[in-house]
Design a protein around this ligand. Structure first.
Ligand code: SF4
Length: 317
């Protein structure tokens, strides 16, 4: 059963010199109690897709088509007031930099209380109990002390835990984790990912994990969608994906991993296209070693099912 369904999402940027499509017909489903990873190089549209869910797009961007279904409602049709209710209560965001979510002027406790009181309408004493309980759940040592601390008094890992506590305090059904560990060192990164994994298993929370780190995804995700230049080019259960990678771009991403199954480390030639670059046919063709002349540079490949719940958009299939 899916908790959130994105259907044929299209997003364009309206800039002074023209309109540019950033997200092109993206569909994905996030199942209950599972982690769906959205991967790709910087600028491929992962974060724009995630921000569309919460209606947090930059002012120059507009959703031009599609549906985002959550609890049988299309989030794209909700008023600002209604989407604000969903944001932070039913769907929580863990950003790359926790300081963008935490207010430096208020203690962690104050920020937790504000969220709990707003979304759960609890009395102050009960709200404080709930806040401490949430800090305990994310294994913050001395939660009472953390409750009274300001964000700058906490380490990066503790700040991320406090944000995860906010999601738990509101019983969020979906956590959007946008490169949640990029700013942290490796040991803390593992602790935060393990914590998210425990939360998923214990509370049945679903996670949309935005990442460029395939090694991390291989360990923590259940399903993966690979994005390239605003499109999903491959989708599969994670195990299947790493065993039988299909799309040349996905293969190139895996070959670029230090411990890849092909043994030889290889970078992907060229650069991903910019937003303003228009590429005909398969957008990966200028960088693809398998490009079919007269086909790949003229015809857009469709996302086709090539195995059980395994989809790929490549003319070679
Ligand atoms: Fe490469 Fe052609 Fe497949 Fe695109 S459609 S990934 S260019 S082989």
């Amino acid at each position: 059963m899916s908790v959130l369904d994105i259907k044929n999402l299209n997003v364009s940027f309206y800039l002074e010199d023209g309109i540019y499509r950033a997200i092109d017909n993206v569909s994905l489903s996030i199942k209950k109690g599972s982690t769906h990873a959205l991967v790709g190089e910087s600028g491929c549209g992962k974060s724009i897709t995630a921000m569309s869910i919460l209606n947090l797009l930059p002012k120059t961007a507009k959703i031009t088509g599609g549906n985002i279904i959550f609890e049988e409602k299309d989030l794209l049709t909700l008023s600002q007031e209604k989407i604000q209710e969903v944001r932070g209560s039913k769907i929580a965001l863990i950003p790359q930099d926790p300081l963008t979510s935490l207010n430096p002027l208020y203690t962690i406790g104050n920020q937790l209380l504000e969220i709990i009181e707003l979304h759960q309408h609890l009395e102050k004493d009960n709200a404080k109990e709930k806040a401490i309980e949430a800090l305990n759940m994310v294994k913050i040592p001395a939660p009472e002390r953390c409750f009274n601390s300001y964000p700058h008094e906490l380490s990066g890992g503790m700040k991320q835990r406090a944000i995860i506590a906010m999601a738990l305090a509101c019983n969020a059904k979906l956590i959007i984790a946008d490169e949640p560990t990029t700013a942290l060192d490796v040991t803390i990164q593992i602790q935060i990912m393990n914590l998210l994994e425990e939360i998923k298993k214990e509370y049945g929370t679903s996670i949309l994990l935005i990442s460029h780190d395939l090694a991390l995804v291989s360990q923590y995700a259940d399903e993966i969608s690979v994005m390239y230049s605003g499109k999903i080019v491959e989708h599969a259960p994670v195990r299947e994906f790493f065993l039988t990678t299909n799309h040349p771009y996905s293969t190139a991403l895996i070959r670029a991993l230090p411990s890849n199954k092909f043994k030889k480390l290889a970078s992907i030639k060229g650069q991903p296209p910019t937003l303003k670059q228009h590429i005909q046919g398969c957008k990966f063709h200028p960088r693809c070693s398998y490009c079919l002349p007269q086909v790949c540079n003229t015809q857009v490949p469709e996302l086709k099912e090539i195995g059980m719940n395994h989809f790929s958009a490549c003319h070679l299939n």
